[in-house]
Design a protein around this ligand. Structure first.
Ligand code: THU
Length: 129
C-alpha cells in the first residue's frame, strides 16, 4: 500500500469524526506488521477530557485485530480543509508503544507539505520501561 492510499484511508475515516466541540476532524490509518490497515477518528465528549484522539482509535483497532507493530501511520486533520496536523504529545507516546526505528509517521506539517517522520524525530529520548 502506498502512502497516498493510506492517506486516503485516513481522509475517509476523518469524515466520521465526532467533533461538535472543536469541529477539528482527525483521521488516522495504520499499516501493521501483517500488512493490515486499521483506522480511527477523534470522538469528542461534552466532558472535554473524555474525548479521544484519532490515533488512539486506530491503535485500539489494531490491537483488537491482532496487530502489534505500527509500520506506517498516516494522520490527517483540519476544520474544513486538511491542514498541518502532527500527532499531539500524548499520541506520540501512544505511537511509541507500538513503534520501532523503522516506523513512519506521515503527516502534513506547518510548512503545508507532507512528511514521513520517524518517531525519534517527533519524540526524542522517549520514555520506555
Ligand atoms: N486530536 C486528534 O485526534 N489527534 C491529535 O493528535 C491531535 C488532536 C483531536 C482531539 C480533539 O478532538 C481535536 O483534535 C482538537 O484538539
Amino acid at each position: 500500500m502506498t502512502d497516498e492510499e493510506l492517506l486516503d484511508a485516513a481522509r475517509t475515516v476523518r469524515e466520521m469524526a465526532y467533533t461538535p466541540y472543536s469541529n477539528f476532524r482527525v483521521g488516522a490509518a495504520i499499516i501493521d506488521e501483517h500488512g493490515n490497515v486499521h483506522v480511527g477518528c477523534n470522538v469528542e465528549n461534552a466532558a472535554y477530557p473524555q474525548g479521544s484522539c484519532a490515533e488512539a482509535g486506530a491503535i485500539s483497532a489494531m490491537i483488537a485485530a491482532g496487530g502489534q507493530r505500527i509500520v506506517t501511520i498516516a494522520v490527517v486533520g483540519g476544520t474544513d480543509s486538511i491542514r498541518a496536523c502532527t500527532p499531539c504529545g500524548g499520541c506520540r507516546q501512544r505511537i511509541s508503544e507500538f513503534a520501532d526505528s523503522d516506523t513512519r509517521i506521515v503527516v502534513k506539517d506547518n510548512d503545508d507539505k507532507w512528511h514521513a517522520y520517524s518517531l525519534a524525530e517527533l519524540l526524542p529520548s522517549s520514555f520506555h520501561f
